[in-house]
Ligand binder design. Sequence first.
Ligand code: NAD
Ligand code: TYD
Length: 334
Amino acid sequence: MKTYLVTGGAGFIGANYIHYLFEKYDDIHVYNLDKLTYAGNPENLKEFENNPNYTFIKGDICDPEFVGPLVAKSDIVVNFAAESHVDRSIGAPDDFIRTDVFGAFVLLESARKHGVEKFIQISTDEVYGSIEKGSFVETDPLMPSSPYSASKSGADRLAFSYYVTYDLPIIISRCSNNYGPYQYPEKLISLFITNAFENKQLPVYGDGKNVRDWIYVWDHCNAVDFIIHNGQNGEIYNIGGGNERTNLEITEFILKALDKPHSLIKFVTDRPGHDRRYSLDCTKLKNMGWKPEFNLETALQATVNWYREHQAWWKKIKSGEYLEYYKSHYGKSL
Ligand code: NAD
Ligand code: TYD
């Protein structure tokens, strides 16, 4: 019986990861520690509410009193908890520094105090910054350019320092852009699918030619599981989907899948400091025997279908808090 402490498990990737764990393993207990910020939604894990092997704890990773006892009873810590949206980090960086850096520090300190079998720090490809040509390898320097990616870089390097200094069994993953079920409708794919359903405009930043490498969230979960069992302590693993597309290509795919007109596209003022292209060289993980299973077109179509079948889930979110945020941030309604 392995005990997992999953932080941020009520968010997009964390929730998918908990679904993944229970689909794959019988002999586990999962503690899900989540503060339930705007992005955390217990509905994402409704089916586990009565599962004796699942415990949800509402709490903040920045609170050592809270974190300590949970780390003490866990074998494997997977830290997904973060403020995760670049646009929000531009408007209000404070929470990013607090949760993404200080929260990671509190978790690492607890792990040092109580000992763990494995500590996975979920980092991101954004820590490398933008690349015009070629792809980043794990040893490339970090050049983050948003308060979000800078705070994730801080946690990434702090985690590494706990391996070097205290010999903690740390592994760092740097994954590319995820898409799939349960993604809060503020990121490119989830926002554009849900906007298109409602015949609302799709706000494409700048010229729409920025490139991201898209990975289906299930492949990310699978890669995290793979590195827990096959990775080496102190190592960094790039996790990419191998699907680089411009934002316009993604937008056009969504419009086609929903049979919606191009006139929904609205080019809007570019994001400040907008990274042009992210690209990962994933040879290291490939040589260990891991590769993504999902093809972009098939999984993106499945994602569109999921949002079609779960309209109550996202309509509840979009009818309230997000609209207020968008209006106050951009001075206009969606
Ligand atoms: P998300 O915003 O959907 O979820 C974050 C979760 O963390 C939420 O449930 C929120 O309530 C919780 N949380 C926030 N602050 C907390 C705190 N102080 N204490 C406890 N819980 C807190 O984010 P996501 O897209 O699921 O991303 C999860 C992780 O994966 C993040 O660390 C992110 O940097 C990383 N990541 C994301 C992507 C992506 O494409 N979304 C890609 C690579 C890496
Ligand atoms: P996003 O989903 O916010 O992820 P990240 O910035 O972390 O990569 O954005 C993905 C790309 O889509 C990025 O180039 C910004 C762009 N984008 C838009 O053009 N319009 C939008 O409304 C959003 C949210 C993103």
